[in-house]
Design a protein around this ligand. Structure first.
Ligand code: HEM
Length: 451
C-alpha cells in the first residue's frame, strides 16, 4: 500500500502549464514550491510522477544510501547523448562502472602536480595576453577561454589554436539546444528543415571533428604522452573484458570530459570574479594571505593547503552560485522510500542544489557572502548533503578535485596580480540557469594590475 503523496501544486492539463512555468523561471519555481509545500513536493508532469526533495537527509538517501534504486532520468541524457555519445556521464550499470574505472586514473592525486603546473602556466599566459594592463573585460569569455585551454592541455596535451572561437560558439549552441530539447518529449530528426537544425548540425560536427582530430593525431604520433588521451588509447579495462577502446568509444569519453570539464568551471570562476569585485575588503584579506604564503612567486599544487582563505572563497562561491543548479534528475528503478514517502518505480526525482544551498536552516542569511561558513570547525555541523555543488555518492562529479584545484589556483593568480571591480555600467547580474548557471549577458569586470 502506498502512503499519501507529498503535497504539491494541482495538476491541470497533464502538468503542461507547470512545465511551462519551470521553463520560464526554474529557480523561482522551485523556491516557491519549497516555500509553499516544504521539503517534499509532488507533481504529475506529463506521464511522470515527479518528486522534488530539498532536505539534505533526503538528498543523502537518494544519492548515497539508496543510490542503487535510481538511474539518471532518460530524457535529458537522450538529448546529451546526441553529441556526448555513450560517455561516462550517460551510461548506467556495468558499462558505467567500467567507464568510471577506465577514467579514474587520470584524476589520481599523483597527477595533480603536473596538472597544477599547466593551470598556472595557462592562466599566466592567457591573463598576460588578455589583461596586460588595466582593462575592462568580458570576464565570462576570458574564464571560458581559460578553462577550455586548461582542459585541452591537461587532458589532451594540445590546444585548440584557431578553432577556439568556433568551439566556443558550438558549445553555446549545444547548450541552448539541450535546454530546449530537454523540455520536449522527443527530438525531431535533425535533417528536417526546421529552425535551428542547421546550426545544431554545424555545432555537433565541429565538436566531433575537433575531438576526432585530437585522437587521430595521437594515434599517428603513438607513444604515451602521460595524459588522459594516451591513457584512453593505450589502456584496457583490466577488470572488465580487457579490450582496447575503439576510436568511437574514445571519442565519446573525450567529448564528455571536454564538455563536463570546462563549461561548469568557467561558470564557477565567473561568479568568483563577481564576488571578488563586490567584496573589496575580503579580496584584500585574501590577497594578503596569498602574499604571505607565496611571497610573490607562482603557486604550486603543494601550496593549496596553506591557502585556506582562498579555498573558502571557492567553496562559498560554489554555494551561492552552484554552476549546476541541480544534479541530474533520477528515475526510480524499484519502489523505494525517501524521507518516509513511498516513491514508486518509474517516478522522477529532482534534487536542486541551488535551493538547498540557499536554505537558511543550513546557511543563516543564505544570500550573504560569508566564506567563514566553511571554516573546518563550522563544517562539522553541516548535514552531509547540504553542500552538493558536485553531487554526492557513486555518481559524484569525476572532476571534483580537479575543478577545486583549478579554481583555487586561478583565484590565487587573480588575487596576486589584480584588483578587480565591476566594469562601468555593470549592475548586479541576473541569473541565467541554462545548463551552467551564468550571468545574463556576460559579466564586465575591470582588472587593474597590482603594483
Ligand atoms: C566547478 C566545476 C564543476 C561542477 C560544479 C561540476 C558538477 C557536476 C555535477 C553536479 C555532476 C552530476 C552529479 C550527479 O548527477 O549526481 C557532475 C558529473 C560529472 N562531472 Fe563535473 N563538475 C565540475 C567540473 C568537472 C570537471 C573539471 C570535470 C572533468 C575534468 C568533470 C567531469 C564530470 C564527469 C565525467 C561527470 C559524470 C560522472 C558520472 O556520471 O559518473 N566535472 N559534475
Amino acid at each position: 500500500m502506498l502512503k499519501a503523496r507529498p503535497p504539491g501544486p494541482p495538476t491541470r492539463w497533464f502538468g503542461f502549464p507547470l512545465i511551462g512555468e519551470i521553463k520560464r523561471d526554474i529557480l523561482g519555481f522551485y523556491c516557491r514550491m519549497q516555500h509553499e509545500y516544504g521539503d517534499s513536493v509532488f507533481m504529475q508532469l506529463g506521464p511522470y510522477r515527479d518528486y522534488s526533495f530539498f532536505h539534505p537527509d533526503q538528498i543523502h538517501e537518494v544519492l548515497v544510501e539508496k543510490a542503487k534504486a535510481f538511474v539518471r532520468f532518460k530524457r535529458p541524457l537522450d538529448v546529451l547523448r546526441q553529441w556526448n555519445g555513450d560517455g561516462v556521464l550517460i551510461t548506467e550499470g556495468e558499462q558505467w562502472l567500467s567507464h568510471r574505472r577506465l577514467l579514474q586514473p587520470a584524476f589520481h592525486v599523483k597527477r595533480f602536480h603536473t596538472y597544477a603546473q599547466s593551470v598556472v602556466d595557462t592562466t599566466t599566459r592567457l591573463l598576460g595576453e588578455q589583461v596586460p594592463r588595466e582593462s575592462t573585460v568580458n570576464f565570462q569569455a576570458t574564464m571560458t577561454d581559460l578553462t577550455t585551454a586548461v582542459i585541452c592541455r591537461t587532458m589532451f596535451g594540445t590546444d585548440l589554436g584557431t578553432t577556439v572561437a568556433d568551439i566556443r560558439r558550438a558549445v553555446k549552441i549545444l547548450a541552448r539546444v539541450a535546454l530546449n530539447e530537454m523540455f520536449q518529449p522527443f527530438t525531431w530528426p535533425d535533417w528536417l528543415p526546421l529552425s535551428g537544425k542547421a546550426e545544431k548540425r554545424w555545432a555537433m560536427q565541429k565538436l566531433d571533428t575537433t575531438i576526432r582530430g585530437f585522437i587521430s593525431q595521437r594515434r599517428q604520433a603513438g607513444g604515451d604522452a602521460g595524459d588522459l588521451l594516451s591513457m584512453l588509447l593505450l589502456a584496457a579495462d583490466e577488470e572488465g573484458d580487457g579490450c582496447r577502446l575503439t576510436d568511437e568509444q574514445a571519442r565519446d569519453q573525450c567529448v564528455t570530459i571536454f564538455l563536463a570539464g570546462h563549461d561548469t568551471t568557467a561558470a564557477g570562476l565567473t561568479w568568483l570574479g563577481w564576488i571578488l569585485a563586490t567584496h573589496p575588503e575580503f579580496s584584500e584579506k585574501a590577497a594578503a594571505e596569498v602574499d604571505v604564503v607565496l611571497g610573490g612567486r607562482a603557486p604550486t599544487f603543494a601550496d593549496i593547503p596553506r591557502l585556506g582563505i582562498v579555498e573558502r572563497l571557492v567553496k562559498e562561491s560554489l554555494r551561492l552560485y552552484p554552476p549546476a543548479i541541480a544534479v541530474f534528475a533520477r528515475q526510480a528503478v524499484q519502489d523505494v522510500q525517501i524521507g518516509g514517502w513511498d516513491v514508486p518505480r518509474g517516478s522522477v526525482v529532482r534534487l536542486m542544489s541551488y535551493i538547498t544551498h540557499h536554505d537558511p536552516r543550513w546557511y543563516p542569511k543564505p544570500d550573504r557572502f560569508n566564506p567563514d561558513r566553511f571554516l573546518p570547525e563550522r563544517m562539522t555541523t553541516l548535514p552531509a548533503c547540504a553542500y552538493i555543488p558536485f553531487g554526492a555518492g557513486p555518481r559524484v562529479c569525476l572532476g571534483q578535485s580537479f575543478a577545486m584545484m583549478e579554481m583555487t589556483l586561478v583565484a590565487t593568480l587573480l588575487l596576486q596580480r589584480y584588483r578587480i571591480v565591476p566594469g562601468p555600467g555593470q549592475t548586479t547580474p541576473i541569473l541565467d540557469p541554462s545548463l551552467s548557471l551564468r550571468p545574463v549577458g556576460g559579466l564586465r569586470l575591470t582588472l587593474t594590475p597590482r603594483s
